[in-house]
Write a protein that binds this ligand. Structure first.
Ligand code: B4P
Length: 196
């Protein structure tokens, strides 16, 4: 199974992907996590990505496509994967189609988590408060001004992907406002439909 999780920042893509990894035994490919790891390791990609991420903007398609192309050839991706936070632009969507077609593969479904902006702002503020209370570093892009920029980037560059996948007959919409377990249950019901 090859899935894409779509939705605005804070919609719960990462949260759900981690749960689906356990249930389906396929890896989560989070471009956000891969980029944060590159920043932490101080690699060339990390150095280029850091300022962009801290400002709430999207890292270049070229960088992100390259890290995904390398990752999907790893042996643990042989039976499928969950793309979490990728693609985020139409150019990335075309790139993943091409990458998979070259390997004789295709995506099975794009699942969009629908959450309203007010709830998103609340979730991100809560994550920042909890990290602070636990003495952990707060993500720079979880501050309110940067989060607004992330939302603007989402509506401008990523939201058009729902039309892209709808046109391919691969878009499934899930209510992301419910609690975490209820969202997972709805995704699982959706995946049963996809597989039948
Ligand atoms: P990401 O790391 O992908 O972050 P995200 O979209 O904000 O998070 P997500 O939707 O996964 O929400 P989460 O589960 O964490 O991106 C960060 C940055 O990396 C981007 O801004 C960009 O700069 C760069 N980047 C990444 N991919 C890129 C790409 N392809 N191209 C270019 N740039 C890229 O959930 C958030 C919070 O909500 C958590 O605290 C969680 O506990 C809570 N939550 C989740 N589900 C909930 C629920 N149902 N109810 C209540 N709370 C819930």
């Amino acid at each position: 199974m090859r899935l894409v999780l779509l939705g605005p920042p804070g919609a719960g893509k990462g949260t759900q992907a981690q749960i689906l990894v356990e249930k389906y035994g396929i890896p989560q490919l989070s471009t956000g996590d891969m980029l944060r790891a590159a920043v932490k390791a101080g690699t060339e990609v990390g150095l280029r990505a850091k300022a962009v991420m801290d400002a709430g903007e999207l890292v270049s398609d070229e960088i992100v496509n390259a890290i995904v192309a390398e990752r999907i050839d790893q042996p643990d991706c042989a039976n499928g994967f969950i793309l979490d936070g990728y693609p985020r632009t139409l150019a990335q969507a075309d790139a993943v189609e091409a990458m998979l077609a070259e390997r004789g593969l295709a995506l099975d479904a794009a699942i969009e988590l629908i959450v309203d902006d007010k709830a998103l702002v609340g979730r991100i503020a809560k994550r920042a408060r909890e990290a602070e209370a636990a003495g952990q570093p707060v993500r720079k892009d979880d501050n309110p001004e940067v989060f607004e920029e992330r939302l603007r980037e989402y509506y401008k560059k990523t939201a058009p992907l729902t039309g892209y996948y709808h046109a391919k007959g691969k878009l499934y919409r899930v209510d992301g406002m419910a609690d975490i377990a209820a969202v997972t249950a709805e995704i699982e019901r959706t995946l049963q439909t996809v597989r039948s």
